[in-house]
Design a binder for this molecule. Structure first.
Ligand SMILES: Cc1ncc(COP(=O)(O)O)c(C=O)c1O
Length: 362
């Protein structure tokens, strides 16, 4: 139920994506210039995501996030970005501040606390005029799944605006929440949106975009235009696979995944309660997180303790269910009712094993 880090929304082998790839392969894997698939895919994304009047493709979410940050710095002429502690945006060093114990970066990156508007206000009061963008992971997922408190996301976006900074919504993971991605789910109007994970239908294709006004900085005919290269950006394999995959991701299928995920969360919470296990079950849409309450927020913060989370991960594996190492599990469109009930039973057995282990230690 990990689906390659939640990047396979239709399961491990979505046949129509494979067929779409084969169908375009006779033209080659990538070539100079746009393809029909690229244009059709960009149009589909523009239709679904209001904030994406124009967009550009990349080969990874890390790259897309980095480009969004470069865009904000280019437009505002300011050096800093502000992000949440624990928010993951890929491997661009500036975006690693506040993650896995990494500190703020002088002149480059500041951090504040997720779901704590005053901590954002404090940082902006001190540095706001130097902040190019607030970069937002709408739901924290790395380590523990933490959905946003009501109004938190729109409030930090308003805060960014007040200081003349841009807001960057990193929807690499949460594009699964609604047809119009998390911006629609939470009623947000970000300046820039980053998309990733299953965008390329199981291949390495991601994107970032925003209003025409912002994205025109990439127009090479303009003086001072920003350069964005990438040998395989927008290749037709990824666009063809992404096109069929996103078309299959309908509102009805999103609702069905969300309902299945909720039923897993509820069943596990009930079973944990019966077993006297102190677990925290969180989630939103088709993403669920299970954590053992007594553990540090992140295992990485205190690697000296193995903790129950990794043991639960192993217990799930031995029951034939792969969850994320941080206790993250997702539902894809390929998980039908039988798969969901099978997974729920196996996950419950894994919880029983943890209870047995704890019982034998007491
Ligand atoms: C929210 C978020 N942003 C960015 C990334 C980076 O994407 P990629 O692994 O494609 O570089 C990830 C990957 O897990 C992510 O979850």
């Amino acid at each position: 139920m990990f689906c390659n880090g939640l990047s396979l929304i239709h399961g491990n082998n979505y046949a129509p994506a494979g067929e779409a790839i084969q169908a375009v392969m006779h033209t080659g894997s990538a070539w100079s210039g746009a393809s029909r698939e690229q244009i059709a895919f960009a149009e589909l994304l523009q239709d679904r995501i209001k904030a994406m009047e124009l967009l550009r493709f990349t080969n990874s979410g890390s790259e897309a996030c980095m480009m969004a940050v470069k865009t904000a710095r280019h437009i505002t002429g300011r050096p800093y970005i502000l992000k949440s502690v624990g928010a993951y945006h890929g491997s661009f060093p500036d975006l690693e501040a506040g993650l896995y114990g990494q500190r703020e970066l002088e002149g480059r990156a500041l951090v504040a606390t997720f779901n704590n508007l005053s901590s954002y206000e404090r940082v902006m009061a001190q540095h706001g005029k130097q902040v190019a963008a607030i970069v937002i992971e709408p739901v924290l997922v790395t380590s523990r799944v933490v959905p946003p408190a009501p109004g938190f996301l729109s409030n930090i976006m308003a805060l960014a605006k007040r200081y003349g900074a841009l807001s960057i919504l990193d929807d690499c993971l949460m594009l699964r929440l609604a047809m119009g991605v998390s911006a629609e789910k939470f009623g947000l109007q970000p300046d820039l949106v980053v998309l990733g994970k299953f965008l390329g239908g199981g291949t390495a294709l991601e994107a970032f975009g925003g209003s025409r006004q912002i994205m025109k900085i990439f127009d090479p005919t303009r003086r001072g235009a920003m350069f964005h290269g990438g040998s395989f950006n927008g290749n037709q394999i990824g666009c063809a696979a992404g096109l069929v995959s996103l078309r299959y991701l309908t509102a009805g299928r999103i609702t069905a995944m969300d309902a299945a995920s909720l039923s897993i969360r509820r069943s596990l919470a009930r079973r944990a309660d019966e077993l006297g296990l102190n677990v925290v079950l969180t989630g939103i849409g088709s993403v669920t997180g299970i954590a053992f309450a007594a553990e540090p927020l992140r295992h990485e913060d205190d690697p000296s303790t193995l903790g129950l989370g990794p043991l639960f991960h192993l217990a799930c594996l031995s029951e034939g269910i792969l969850i994320g190492p941080d206790g993250i599990l997702s539902v894809s469109t390929s998980h039908d009712a039988a798969a969901v009930s099978y997974a729920t039973a196996r996950l419950s057995t894994a919880l029983e094993k943890i209870a047995e282990l704890l019982g034998s230690l007491n």
